[in-house]
Design a protein around this ligand. Structure first.
Ligand SMILES: Cc1cc2nc3c(=O)[nH]c(=O)nc-3n(C[C@H](O)[C@H](O)[C@H](O)COP(=O)(O)OP(=O)(O)OC[C@H]3O[C@@H](n4cnc5c(N)ncnc54)[C@H](O)[C@@H]3O)c2cc1C
Length: 404
Protein backbone atom coordinates (compact mmCIF):
# COMPACT_ATOMS: atom_id res chain seq x y z
CA UNK A 1 0.00 0.00 0.00
CA UNK A 2 1.38 3.41 -0.94
CA UNK A 3 1.88 6.00 1.76
CA UNK A 4 0.91 9.03 -0.36
CA UNK A 5 -2.47 9.35 1.30
CA UNK A 6 -0.80 10.23 4.58
CA UNK A 7 0.48 13.41 2.95
CA UNK A 8 -3.03 14.70 2.23
CA UNK A 9 -3.85 17.99 3.92
CA UNK A 10 -7.62 17.87 3.87
CA UNK A 11 -7.93 21.67 3.96
CA UNK A 12 -5.50 22.12 1.03
CA UNK A 13 -5.88 18.92 -0.94
CA UNK A 14 -4.14 20.12 -4.14
CA UNK A 15 -1.44 22.63 -5.03
CA UNK A 16 -4.14 24.80 -6.63
CA UNK A 17 -6.13 24.90 -3.39
CA UNK A 18 -3.02 25.76 -1.36
CA UNK A 19 -2.16 28.60 -3.77
CA UNK A 20 -5.70 29.92 -3.62
CA UNK A 21 -5.55 29.97 0.18
CA UNK A 22 -2.23 31.78 0.15
CA UNK A 23 -3.49 34.37 -2.33
CA UNK A 24 -6.70 35.06 -0.39
CA UNK A 25 -4.87 35.14 2.93
CA UNK A 26 -2.47 37.78 1.72
CA UNK A 27 -5.28 39.85 0.17
CA UNK A 28 -7.19 39.65 3.45
CA UNK A 29 -4.15 40.74 5.42
CA UNK A 30 -3.44 43.70 3.13
CA UNK A 31 -6.91 44.95 2.28
CA UNK A 32 -9.66 43.35 4.35
CA UNK A 33 -8.25 43.49 7.86
CA UNK A 34 -7.47 47.25 7.86
CA UNK A 35 -11.12 48.20 7.18
CA UNK A 36 -13.01 45.55 9.15
CA UNK A 37 -13.42 47.30 12.50
CA UNK A 38 -14.58 50.58 10.96
CA UNK A 39 -17.14 49.02 8.63
CA UNK A 40 -18.62 47.00 11.47
CA UNK A 41 -18.84 50.08 13.68
CA UNK A 42 -20.40 52.23 10.92
CA UNK A 43 -22.66 49.40 9.68
CA UNK A 44 -21.43 50.00 6.14
CA UNK A 45 -20.98 47.61 3.24
CA UNK A 46 -17.65 48.21 1.51
CA UNK A 47 -18.76 47.81 -2.09
CA UNK A 48 -15.42 49.07 -3.41
CA UNK A 49 -13.53 46.34 -1.59
CA UNK A 50 -16.19 43.83 -2.63
CA UNK A 51 -15.54 44.62 -6.29
CA UNK A 52 -11.82 44.10 -5.64
CA UNK A 53 -12.72 40.45 -4.93
CA UNK A 54 -13.71 40.29 -8.61
CA UNK A 55 -10.29 41.58 -9.61
CA UNK A 56 -8.76 38.82 -7.48
CA UNK A 57 -10.72 36.28 -9.53
CA UNK A 58 -12.74 34.88 -6.65
CA UNK A 59 -16.25 36.19 -7.36
CA UNK A 60 -17.82 33.11 -8.94
CA UNK A 61 -15.05 30.75 -7.86
CA UNK A 62 -17.18 27.70 -8.77
CA UNK A 63 -18.42 29.20 -12.07
CA UNK A 64 -16.86 27.60 -15.19
CA UNK A 65 -13.93 29.50 -16.70
CA UNK A 66 -15.80 30.14 -19.95
CA UNK A 67 -18.19 32.52 -18.11
CA UNK A 68 -15.38 34.34 -16.32
CA UNK A 69 -15.43 32.24 -13.15
CA UNK A 70 -12.73 30.39 -11.27
CA UNK A 71 -13.73 26.88 -12.40
CA UNK A 72 -13.10 25.46 -8.93
CA UNK A 73 -14.99 23.30 -6.43
CA UNK A 74 -16.66 23.32 -3.02
CA UNK A 75 -13.30 23.02 -1.26
CA UNK A 76 -12.23 26.29 -2.91
CA UNK A 77 -15.43 27.91 -1.67
CA UNK A 78 -14.67 26.73 1.88
CA UNK A 79 -11.08 28.01 1.70
CA UNK A 80 -12.15 31.50 0.59
CA UNK A 81 -14.94 31.74 3.17
CA UNK A 82 -12.61 30.63 5.94
CA UNK A 83 -9.90 33.11 5.00
CA UNK A 84 -12.18 36.15 4.61
CA UNK A 85 -14.03 35.33 7.84
CA UNK A 86 -10.76 35.24 9.76
CA UNK A 87 -10.89 38.98 9.37
CA UNK A 88 -14.33 40.20 8.30
CA UNK A 89 -17.24 37.71 8.44
CA UNK A 90 -19.67 40.47 7.37
CA UNK A 91 -17.81 41.01 4.11
CA UNK A 92 -17.75 37.24 3.71
CA UNK A 93 -21.52 37.03 4.12
CA UNK A 94 -21.88 39.51 1.23
CA UNK A 95 -19.42 37.36 -0.72
CA UNK A 96 -21.37 34.19 0.09
CA UNK A 97 -24.68 35.71 -1.07
CA UNK A 98 -23.14 36.75 -4.37
CA UNK A 99 -20.78 33.83 -5.02
CA UNK A 100 -22.65 30.87 -3.59
CA UNK A 101 -26.29 31.92 -3.57
CA UNK A 102 -26.57 33.43 -7.02
CA UNK A 103 -23.45 32.88 -9.18
CA UNK A 104 -23.05 29.17 -8.39
CA UNK A 105 -26.79 28.61 -8.67
CA UNK A 106 -27.02 30.33 -12.04
CA UNK A 107 -23.98 28.46 -13.35
CA UNK A 108 -25.64 25.11 -12.59
CA UNK A 109 -29.26 25.86 -13.38
CA UNK A 110 -29.50 28.80 -15.75
CA UNK A 111 -30.03 28.65 -19.50
CA UNK A 112 -27.07 29.18 -21.81
CA UNK A 113 -28.39 32.64 -22.68
CA UNK A 114 -28.79 33.60 -18.99
CA UNK A 115 -25.31 32.33 -18.14
CA UNK A 116 -23.61 34.15 -21.00
CA UNK A 117 -25.43 37.38 -20.30
CA UNK A 118 -25.16 37.54 -16.51
CA UNK A 119 -22.30 35.42 -15.17
CA UNK A 120 -19.41 37.50 -16.58
CA UNK A 121 -20.86 40.58 -14.85
CA UNK A 122 -21.18 38.73 -11.54
CA UNK A 123 -17.68 37.28 -11.81
CA UNK A 124 -16.03 40.63 -12.55
CA UNK A 125 -17.93 42.43 -9.79
CA UNK A 126 -19.57 44.81 -12.24
CA UNK A 127 -22.88 43.53 -10.86
CA UNK A 128 -23.67 42.70 -7.24
CA UNK A 129 -26.24 39.96 -6.77
CA UNK A 130 -28.40 38.42 -4.07
CA UNK A 131 -30.75 35.52 -3.43
CA UNK A 132 -34.27 36.10 -2.10
CA UNK A 133 -36.07 33.21 -0.45
CA UNK A 134 -37.12 34.33 3.06
CA UNK A 135 -40.19 36.47 3.67
CA UNK A 136 -41.45 38.52 6.61
CA UNK A 137 -43.80 35.70 7.64
CA UNK A 138 -41.97 32.63 6.29
CA UNK A 139 -38.39 31.54 6.97
CA UNK A 140 -37.85 27.92 7.98
CA UNK A 141 -41.32 27.19 6.63
CA UNK A 142 -40.10 28.10 3.17
CA UNK A 143 -42.82 26.28 1.23
CA UNK A 144 -45.35 28.60 2.82
CA UNK A 145 -43.92 31.54 0.85
CA UNK A 146 -46.50 34.04 -0.36
CA UNK A 147 -44.61 36.00 -3.00
CA UNK A 148 -46.43 34.93 -6.12
CA UNK A 149 -46.01 35.17 -9.87
CA UNK A 150 -48.53 34.85 -12.69
CA UNK A 151 -47.84 34.57 -16.36
CA UNK A 152 -49.40 37.15 -18.68
CA UNK A 153 -50.70 36.58 -22.20
CA UNK A 154 -47.52 37.93 -23.78
CA UNK A 155 -45.47 35.31 -21.86
CA UNK A 156 -43.97 37.73 -19.32
CA UNK A 157 -44.62 37.31 -15.58
CA UNK A 158 -46.00 39.66 -12.97
CA UNK A 159 -44.65 39.22 -9.44
CA UNK A 160 -46.11 40.49 -6.17
CA UNK A 161 -44.78 40.11 -2.64
CA UNK A 162 -42.03 40.96 -0.19
CA UNK A 163 -38.75 39.26 0.63
CA UNK A 164 -37.07 39.81 3.97
CA UNK A 165 -33.49 39.63 5.32
CA UNK A 166 -31.85 39.72 1.91
CA UNK A 167 -28.06 40.01 2.06
CA UNK A 168 -26.86 42.47 -0.64
CA UNK A 169 -30.54 43.36 -1.20
CA UNK A 170 -29.42 46.98 -1.04
CA UNK A 171 -25.87 47.78 -2.10
CA UNK A 172 -25.45 51.21 -0.53
CA UNK A 173 -26.85 53.64 2.05
CA UNK A 174 -29.23 55.20 -0.49
CA UNK A 175 -31.30 52.04 -0.93
CA UNK A 176 -30.00 51.16 -4.39
CA UNK A 177 -31.24 47.61 -5.05
CA UNK A 178 -28.94 44.75 -6.00
CA UNK A 179 -28.17 44.60 -9.71
CA UNK A 180 -29.69 41.15 -9.93
CA UNK A 181 -31.87 38.98 -7.69
CA UNK A 182 -32.23 35.20 -7.77
CA UNK A 183 -35.87 35.21 -6.68
CA UNK A 184 -38.00 32.26 -5.58
CA UNK A 185 -41.75 32.76 -6.00
CA UNK A 186 -44.90 30.68 -5.76
CA UNK A 187 -46.44 29.85 -9.13
CA UNK A 188 -48.78 27.14 -7.92
CA UNK A 189 -49.92 25.20 -4.87
CA UNK A 190 -49.79 21.43 -4.45
CA UNK A 191 -52.45 19.24 -2.82
CA UNK A 192 -50.87 19.78 0.63
CA UNK A 193 -50.99 23.57 0.25
CA UNK A 194 -47.23 23.85 -0.31
CA UNK A 195 -45.79 26.28 -2.83
CA UNK A 196 -44.74 25.12 -6.26
CA UNK A 197 -41.70 27.28 -6.71
CA UNK A 198 -40.28 29.02 -9.75
CA UNK A 199 -37.01 30.96 -9.96
CA UNK A 200 -36.96 34.39 -11.58
CA UNK A 201 -33.93 36.49 -12.41
CA UNK A 202 -34.96 40.04 -11.56
CA UNK A 203 -32.68 42.82 -12.76
CA UNK A 204 -32.40 46.36 -11.47
CA UNK A 205 -34.56 48.65 -13.59
CA UNK A 206 -37.32 46.10 -14.12
CA UNK A 207 -40.58 47.88 -13.21
CA UNK A 208 -41.93 47.20 -9.71
CA UNK A 209 -38.67 46.00 -8.12
CA UNK A 210 -37.37 48.12 -5.24
CA UNK A 211 -35.86 48.09 -1.76
CA UNK A 212 -38.46 48.29 1.04
CA UNK A 213 -36.02 49.06 3.84
CA UNK A 214 -32.41 48.53 4.75
CA UNK A 215 -32.43 46.55 7.99
CA UNK A 216 -30.47 48.50 10.60
CA UNK A 217 -29.03 47.68 14.01
CA UNK A 218 -28.12 44.07 13.43
CA UNK A 219 -26.26 42.29 16.24
CA UNK A 220 -23.49 41.19 13.88
CA UNK A 221 -22.56 40.92 10.21
CA UNK A 222 -22.83 44.68 10.23
CA UNK A 223 -20.46 45.18 7.31
CA UNK A 224 -22.96 43.40 5.06
CA UNK A 225 -26.19 45.05 3.97
CA UNK A 226 -29.47 43.30 4.71
CA UNK A 227 -32.68 44.55 3.12
CA UNK A 228 -36.33 43.95 2.54
CA UNK A 229 -37.20 43.75 -1.16
CA UNK A 230 -40.55 44.72 -2.61
CA UNK A 231 -42.09 43.32 -5.79
CA UNK A 232 -45.11 45.38 -6.70
CA UNK A 233 -46.55 44.26 -10.04
CA UNK A 234 -42.96 43.60 -11.03
CA UNK A 235 -42.75 42.58 -14.68
CA UNK A 236 -40.15 39.99 -15.62
CA UNK A 237 -39.69 38.71 -19.20
CA UNK A 238 -40.06 35.00 -19.93
CA UNK A 239 -36.35 34.66 -20.76
CA UNK A 240 -35.60 35.42 -17.10
CA UNK A 241 -37.38 32.32 -15.80
CA UNK A 242 -34.95 29.61 -14.71
CA UNK A 243 -35.87 26.11 -15.86
CA UNK A 244 -39.49 24.94 -16.02
CA UNK A 245 -42.09 26.83 -13.98
CA UNK A 246 -42.87 25.08 -10.68
CA UNK A 247 -39.74 22.92 -10.70
CA UNK A 248 -37.27 24.98 -8.69
CA UNK A 249 -37.55 23.05 -5.43
CA UNK A 250 -34.73 20.66 -6.41
CA UNK A 251 -32.16 23.29 -7.29
CA UNK A 252 -33.20 25.44 -4.33
CA UNK A 253 -32.47 22.52 -1.98
CA UNK A 254 -29.27 21.60 -3.79
CA UNK A 255 -27.89 25.10 -3.49
CA UNK A 256 -28.77 25.17 0.20
CA UNK A 257 -26.21 22.39 0.67
CA UNK A 258 -23.42 24.63 -0.61
CA UNK A 259 -24.75 27.56 1.42
CA UNK A 260 -24.61 25.49 4.62
CA UNK A 261 -21.10 24.28 3.92
CA UNK A 262 -20.12 27.88 3.16
CA UNK A 263 -21.55 29.18 6.43
CA UNK A 264 -19.79 26.41 8.39
CA UNK A 265 -16.51 27.30 6.66
CA UNK A 266 -17.00 30.89 7.81
CA UNK A 267 -17.16 29.41 11.31
CA UNK A 268 -13.74 27.82 10.80
CA UNK A 269 -12.23 31.25 10.08
CA UNK A 270 -13.92 32.77 13.13
CA UNK A 271 -12.71 29.89 15.32
CA UNK A 272 -9.12 30.05 14.07
CA UNK A 273 -8.87 33.80 14.67
CA UNK A 274 -10.45 33.52 18.13
CA UNK A 275 -8.12 30.70 19.13
CA UNK A 276 -5.11 32.63 17.87
CA UNK A 277 -6.16 35.67 19.91
CA UNK A 278 -6.82 33.80 23.16
CA UNK A 279 -3.65 31.73 22.88
CA UNK A 280 -1.46 34.80 22.39
CA UNK A 281 -3.17 36.73 25.15
CA UNK A 282 -2.83 33.85 27.61
CA UNK A 283 0.96 34.13 27.29
CA UNK A 284 1.11 37.93 27.39
CA UNK A 285 -1.18 38.52 30.33
CA UNK A 286 0.02 37.90 33.84
CA UNK A 287 -2.03 37.68 37.03
CA UNK A 288 -0.95 36.68 40.50
CA UNK A 289 2.64 36.63 39.24
CA UNK A 290 2.19 34.14 36.41
CA UNK A 291 0.99 33.89 32.84
CA UNK A 292 -2.75 33.27 32.87
CA UNK A 293 -2.21 30.15 30.72
CA UNK A 294 -0.89 28.52 33.90
CA UNK A 295 -4.40 28.53 35.37
CA UNK A 296 -6.42 25.37 34.89
CA UNK A 297 -9.63 27.21 34.02
CA UNK A 298 -7.85 29.09 31.20
CA UNK A 299 -6.40 25.77 30.03
CA UNK A 300 -9.91 24.42 29.75
CA UNK A 301 -10.93 27.32 27.49
CA UNK A 302 -7.91 26.86 25.24
CA UNK A 303 -7.90 23.06 25.24
CA UNK A 304 -11.58 22.71 24.39
CA UNK A 305 -11.32 25.40 21.72
CA UNK A 306 -8.39 23.67 20.05
CA UNK A 307 -10.21 20.32 19.95
CA UNK A 308 -13.44 21.83 18.63
CA UNK A 309 -11.58 23.90 16.03
CA UNK A 310 -9.73 20.85 14.74
CA UNK A 311 -12.93 18.81 14.65
CA UNK A 312 -14.89 21.44 12.73
CA UNK A 313 -12.04 22.00 10.28
CA UNK A 314 -11.87 18.27 9.52
CA UNK A 315 -15.66 17.95 9.15
CA UNK A 316 -15.95 21.06 6.94
CA UNK A 317 -13.22 20.01 4.52
CA UNK A 318 -14.30 16.37 4.47
CA UNK A 319 -17.82 17.50 3.54
CA UNK A 320 -16.48 19.96 0.95
CA UNK A 321 -14.46 17.14 -0.63
CA UNK A 322 -17.60 15.05 -1.06
CA UNK A 323 -19.86 17.77 -2.47
CA UNK A 324 -20.37 17.55 -6.22
CA UNK A 325 -21.80 20.95 -7.10
CA UNK A 326 -23.87 19.55 -9.93
CA UNK A 327 -25.71 17.05 -7.71
CA UNK A 328 -27.87 17.09 -4.62
CA UNK A 329 -27.45 14.39 -1.98
CA UNK A 330 -25.24 15.84 0.74
CA UNK A 331 -27.94 17.15 3.01
CA UNK A 332 -27.02 14.98 5.98
CA UNK A 333 -23.50 16.36 6.19
CA UNK A 334 -24.21 19.89 5.01
CA UNK A 335 -26.75 20.11 7.84
CA UNK A 336 -24.38 18.31 10.21
CA UNK A 337 -21.41 20.49 9.51
CA UNK A 338 -23.41 23.67 9.89
CA UNK A 339 -25.03 22.43 13.09
CA UNK A 340 -21.67 21.65 14.65
CA UNK A 341 -19.38 24.24 13.06
CA UNK A 342 -21.48 27.32 13.69
CA UNK A 343 -22.09 26.76 17.40
CA UNK A 344 -18.46 25.71 17.83
CA UNK A 345 -17.37 29.01 16.24
CA UNK A 346 -19.63 31.00 18.55
CA UNK A 347 -18.44 29.10 21.62
CA UNK A 348 -14.77 29.51 20.71
CA UNK A 349 -15.23 33.26 20.17
CA UNK A 350 -17.05 33.37 23.51
CA UNK A 351 -14.14 31.66 25.26
CA UNK A 352 -11.72 34.08 23.61
CA UNK A 353 -13.64 37.00 25.14
CA UNK A 354 -13.57 35.24 28.52
CA UNK A 355 -9.84 34.57 28.38
CA UNK A 356 -9.15 38.18 27.40
CA UNK A 357 -11.33 39.63 30.15
CA UNK A 358 -12.25 43.31 29.69
CA UNK A 359 -10.03 43.62 26.62
CA UNK A 360 -11.98 40.85 24.94
CA UNK A 361 -15.14 42.89 25.37
CA UNK A 362 -14.08 45.85 23.20
CA UNK A 363 -13.91 46.23 19.43
CA UNK A 364 -10.20 46.84 19.07
CA UNK A 365 -9.45 43.26 20.12
CA UNK A 366 -11.75 41.79 17.42
CA UNK A 367 -13.15 38.77 19.26
CA UNK A 368 -16.33 40.49 20.43
CA UNK A 369 -17.13 41.22 16.76
CA UNK A 370 -16.45 37.63 15.79
CA UNK A 371 -18.77 36.45 18.56
CA UNK A 372 -21.56 38.75 17.32
CA UNK A 373 -20.99 37.65 13.72
CA UNK A 374 -20.91 33.96 14.69
CA UNK A 375 -24.42 34.14 16.14
CA UNK A 376 -25.88 34.76 12.68
CA UNK A 377 -24.44 31.46 11.49
CA UNK A 378 -26.84 29.66 13.85
CA UNK A 379 -29.82 31.35 12.13
CA UNK A 380 -29.10 32.19 8.47
CA UNK A 381 -29.20 29.50 5.79
CA UNK A 382 -31.29 27.36 8.15
CA UNK A 383 -31.61 27.47 11.92
CA UNK A 384 -30.00 24.97 14.27
CA UNK A 385 -33.44 23.52 14.92
CA UNK A 386 -33.97 23.06 11.18
CA UNK A 387 -30.69 21.12 10.91
CA UNK A 388 -31.64 18.90 13.86
CA UNK A 389 -34.97 18.18 12.20
CA UNK A 390 -33.41 17.39 8.79
CA UNK A 391 -30.71 15.14 10.25
CA UNK A 392 -33.22 13.16 12.27
CA UNK A 393 -35.48 12.76 9.23
CA UNK A 394 -32.59 11.74 6.94
CA UNK A 395 -31.32 9.17 9.44
CA UNK A 396 -34.79 7.64 9.58
CA UNK A 397 -34.73 7.29 5.77
CA UNK A 398 -31.13 6.09 5.65
CA UNK A 399 -29.98 4.55 8.95
CA UNK A 400 -27.08 2.84 7.11
CA UNK A 401 -25.45 6.29 6.85
CA UNK A 402 -24.29 5.75 10.43
CA UNK A 403 -22.34 2.61 9.49
CA UNK A 404 -20.87 3.96 6.25
C1 LIG B 1 -28.33 38.86 8.64
C2 LIG B 1 -29.24 37.92 7.90
C3 LIG B 1 -29.01 37.67 6.55
C4 LIG B 1 -29.87 36.83 5.83
N1 LIG B 1 -29.69 36.68 4.47
C5 LIG B 1 -30.65 36.04 3.73
C6 LIG B 1 -30.58 36.03 2.30
O1 LIG B 1 -29.64 36.54 1.69
N2 LIG B 1 -31.60 35.44 1.62
C7 LIG B 1 -32.66 34.84 2.25
O2 LIG B 1 -33.55 34.34 1.57
N3 LIG B 1 -32.75 34.83 3.61
C8 LIG B 1 -31.77 35.42 4.36
N4 LIG B 1 -31.86 35.44 5.73
C9 LIG B 1 -33.01 34.80 6.38
C10 LIG B 1 -32.67 33.54 7.15
O3 LIG B 1 -32.39 32.50 6.25
C11 LIG B 1 -33.86 33.25 8.07
O4 LIG B 1 -33.79 34.21 9.11
C12 LIG B 1 -33.85 31.86 8.62
O5 LIG B 1 -34.11 30.93 7.61
C13 LIG B 1 -34.89 31.69 9.75
O6 LIG B 1 -36.13 32.14 9.35
P1 LIG B 1 -36.96 33.16 10.27
O7 LIG B 1 -36.05 34.26 10.66
O8 LIG B 1 -38.20 33.50 9.56
O9 LIG B 1 -37.27 32.33 11.57
P2 LIG B 1 -38.43 31.24 11.76
O10 LIG B 1 -38.36 30.23 10.66
O11 LIG B 1 -39.72 31.93 11.98
O12 LIG B 1 -37.95 30.56 13.09
C14 LIG B 1 -38.18 31.10 14.41
C15 LIG B 1 -37.78 30.00 15.40
O13 LIG B 1 -38.66 28.88 15.25
C16 LIG B 1 -37.91 27.70 15.00
N5 LIG B 1 -38.65 26.80 14.11
C17 LIG B 1 -39.29 27.08 12.96
N6 LIG B 1 -39.81 25.96 12.43
C18 LIG B 1 -39.50 24.95 13.27
C19 LIG B 1 -39.74 23.54 13.29
N7 LIG B 1 -40.43 22.94 12.31
N8 LIG B 1 -39.25 22.82 14.33
C20 LIG B 1 -38.55 23.42 15.34
N9 LIG B 1 -38.29 24.73 15.37
C21 LIG B 1 -38.76 25.49 14.36
C22 LIG B 1 -36.63 28.20 14.34
O14 LIG B 1 -35.60 27.23 14.42
C23 LIG B 1 -36.36 29.45 15.15
O15 LIG B 1 -35.76 29.11 16.37
C24 LIG B 1 -30.96 36.21 6.49
C25 LIG B 1 -31.17 36.43 7.85
C26 LIG B 1 -30.34 37.28 8.55
C27 LIG B 1 -30.63 37.55 10.01
Amino acid sequence: MGEDWRELDIANPTEEHAMLREMVRSFVYDEVEPQALEHDRDEKFNSKLFRRLGEQGILGISVPLEYGGGGMDATAVAIINEEISYSDPGLCLAYLAHDQLIANNLAHNGSEEQKQRILPKLCSGEWIGCMAMSEPGYGTDVLGMQTGAEQREDGSWVINGRKMWITNGSIDEEGTPADVVWLYARTGTDSKGRAEITTFIVERGMPGYSVGQKIEDKLGMRSSNTAELVFDDCIVPAINVVGNPGESMIHMMRNLELERLGLAAMGVGIARRSLMAMNRYASEREAFGKQIREFGQIQRHIGESWAEYRAMRAYVYDTARKIDLSKAGNRLDSDGVKLFGTSAAKNIADRAIQVMGGYGYVGEYTVERLWRDAKLLEIGGGTLEGHQKNITRDLADDPEAIDR
